[in-house]
Write a protein that binds this ligand. Structure first.
Ligand SMILES: Cc1ncc(COP(=O)(O)O)c(C=O)c1O
Length: 396
């Protein structure tokens, strides 16, 4: 007999590999700081000065209700609706926006709004490793749809094969963690056509949750199309945690599509706040809400990320690594020499170089590097990557 609910256990099972990696990584770092830490998308430099200044300024109360309960504050929602309308070229209105505790909060809100117990949600494989636990917590199930190497393109056929009469949501994550792919308008339109047909076939509307926290982390002037532009039944989630590289500050939103049929749009607008409250007051802390206009123009140095991407891709390709060239995100994704990422990660760790093995993404032959590591870390780590490739070539 267990004390905790079956859903909590299911969430814990789904999260266990990531949790174990997270905790053991922390313990190892406390014992012996890494030469180079390429694991999680965390900062390795001090925070952006503009971010610190905004937090300082907005923490100072200017009225008695400065720290009163906050909801979907009209000024902030109007600001974000304008930003989003310009960025996605869709006529968002303030009532379409729900302010949430990062993308995590927005994803949770989407699940609360759309999912019944027993529903299924199709997610990309490899893909972000928290969807499964978040779905389990609401009594729903993750159904992975594999992406094919080496390009890991959006694959409507794999998604079609994953759809059943219980499917309610298809998650599209663009730019994609961990491969860095950005999906084209043509690919998203093909998916939209498929989901229209499949929704008719199963007699139930299939939604897209467009998980876009890396939307502004793009290289080489790459464009961006949101699935919201091609499929009306799309909820968009966003986080400021990536572009500001400050995931410990929980600020994001869920946006209801302005292209939805009016009655459906109105229903979601009407209940969004109650759902946020029911999820545990899923609203950012007051100073972050006030700081939105200050934070909006800020961002980490994308050119520096792009330089690190080039440096590592060049070096790794020279030693025989097969890597996917990312168009956005913080990440590099590729095949571990020999195809055993856990062993590869262990070998690198002996040199003080920490990477994320693909076992966390159900692709045990691959690995992920996070480019938020500093230039100095990259240079210090490269010999270990060369050595790991050489050892594999020699001993197999
Ligand atoms: C694909 C994806 N979605 C959502 C999130 C959650 O973002 P946040 O922590 O900013 O809420 C992450 C964070 O790593 C992510 O990689």
């Amino acid at each position: 007999m267990s004390v905790a609910a079956a859903r909590a256990h299911a969430a814990a099972r789904s999260f266990s590999r990531v949790e174990n990696f997270f905790l053991s990584h922390r313990a190892q770092m406390a014992e012996r700081p890494a030469v180079a830490d390429f694991t999680f998308g965390d900062p390795r430099d001090m925070a952006l000065p503009g971010l610190v200044a905004a937090l300082r300024a907005r923490a100072e109360p200017r009225s008695v209700d400065w720290f009163a309960y906050k909801a979907n504050e009209p000024e902030a929602c109007a600001f974000l609706a304008d930003v989003l309308a310009a960025e996605l070229e869709l006529p968002y209105e303030p009532e379409d926006i729900a302010l949430t505790r990062g993308a995590f909060g927005a994803i949770r809100l989407a699940f609360t709004l759309l999912l019944e117990p027993g529903d299924e949600c199709v997610s990309p494989l490899p893909g972000w490793f928290c969807y499964g636990a978040m779905l389990a917590a609401v009594g729903a199930t993750e159904v992975p749809a594999p992406l094919a190497p080496p390009r890991f393109d959006l694959d409507p056929e794999a998604i079609a094969a994953a759809i059943t009469p219980r499917t309610r949501i298809v998650i599209v994550n663009t730019p994609h963690n961990p491969t860095g792919r950005i999906y084209s308008r043509a690919d998203l339109s093909a998916l939209a056509a498929l989901l229209e047909a499949k929704s008719a076939e199963i007699g139930r509307r299939i939604w897209i949750l467009s998980d876009e926290p890396y939307r502004r982390v793009r290289f080489d002037g790459a464009g961006f199309t949101s699935p919201a532009a091609v499929y009306p039944h799309t909820l968009v989630d966003y986080s400021y945690g990536k572009i500001l590289l400050a995931p410990g500050l929980r600020l994001g939103y869920l946006a209801i599509s302005p292209l939805l049929p009016a009655a459906e749009r109105e229903e979601l607008r009407r209940i969004r706040f109650a759902a946020q409250m029911a999820d545990g007051w899923n609203v950012p802390d007051a100073p972050l809400i006030y700081a939105l206009p200050d934070l909006e123009p800020l961002g980490i140095d994308i050119a520096a990320l792009a330089r690190r991407r080039e440096r590592m891709l060049d070096a790794l390709a020279g030693w025989g690594y097969a890597m996917t060239r990312p168009e956005g995100t913080f990440y590099l994704w590729g095949r571990a020499p020999g195809g055993d990422a856990a062993a590869f990660a262990g070998r690198l760790r002996e040199h003080g170089v920490h990477v994320m093995p693909g076992t966390l993404f159900d692709r045990p032959e691959d690995f992920r590097l996070c480019l938020t590591a500093t230039d100095a870390m990259v240079e210090a780590a490269l010999p270990a990557f060369r050595e790991a490739a050489r050892a594999e070539a020699e001993h197999g």
